[in-house]
Design a protein around this ligand. Sequence first.
Ligand code: NAP
Length: 338
Amino acid sequence: MVGATGAVGETLIRVLEERRIPIDRLGVFASHPRSRAARFRGDLLDVAPTSEEALQPYSVVFFAGGEGASERFVPSIVDRGAVVIDNSATFRMREDVPLLIPEINGGVAGREHRIFPVANCTAIILCMALAPLREVAGLRAVRVATYQAVSGAGKAALEAFDRAEGNVVRNVVPHVGAAFDENGESGEERKVREETRKMLALPDLFVSSMCVRVPVRTAHSEAVFFETERETSIEEMAEAFERAPSVVFHRDGIVTPREVEGSDEVHVARLRTEIPYASLDLAQRSRASLARDDKSKSPGRTAGRYFSLWCVGDQLRKGAATNAVQILELLMAKGYVR
Ligand SMILES: NC(=O)c1ccc[n+]([C@@H]2O[C@H](COP(=O)([O-])OP(=O)(O)OC[C@H]3O[C@@H](n4cnc5c(N)ncnc54)[C@H](OP(=O)(O)O)[C@@H]3O)[C@@H](O)[C@H]2O)c1
């Protein structure tokens, strides 16, 4: 485990333990050595500095040490035939590299692959909510506003937040990830678009996002506005969500990051049709306003192609660590890793 002392690394070690992955030996690495700084199966392990030699004995190496560590150490590990499961963005968009969410596109993992990146956490949570919709009605366009937790920026950011330091305290910050590009798009927003298209195998899907950091410790929330290819209904989509593995669908009420923190599922709520009020003719408008006045008599509009929903996922778990461990489980089930 490279990056064992970070927000994702610590969660990864916990998830490996929880899911009883049969590990002979777990080595824990970071940039600086620390004694007894990682806890695994009741033992406190010494964290060693990362080096090519130190990683040599391991058949599977998880990376949660940022781009620099992955760029530097992944190539030699892959050259000797070991498997890398990498939380950084370094290899995600390479054409010869699969970008996997086991519940959605596990089939793209092949025996020849050695590098398995874990996609961007916001994109994973979004894809978990979009994949069931793609199955029932196809997808034409997705617009999403995100509400991203502070731990998404790493352990140091979370510790500063807990000390009431940093610009997200009593604030929301519409800039996540790398600097804005010439089109005004942030690094996070580019990842959400590109990685969502790759994971859903919809290279032309319209995806637009506004990624925002909010004063929440853990779990990202997303307000998603989407257009389907074909007409569908709330009921048809609700049933698809109820069938989807690792998705919890809330027919009523709301769900917030505080309830979702620590969970491996992506929660979906507030599924509803978009009623573009301005496009209704006068008669329809007056019927709509009557219906608003007397909700009990309103039949409600439940079908169409324009909808919105709210989804929430723990970005350290399903958005990173759990997805990484599920990739290992998939490789073991396929017999690619013993
Ligand atoms: N946080 C999230 O919600 C989230 C979600 C999905 C993906 N990710 C990705 O996961 C990775 C880790 O993020 P994080 O939030 O866990 O960061 P973090 O809390 O800042 O932890 C970074 C870890 O990496 C180690 N590290 C840094 N540079 C290294 C190097 N050159 N060689 C070896 N180890 C190094 C650090 O060790 P030292 O303390 O010794 O420097 C620390 O253990 C990043 O690529 C991030 O983009 C994060």
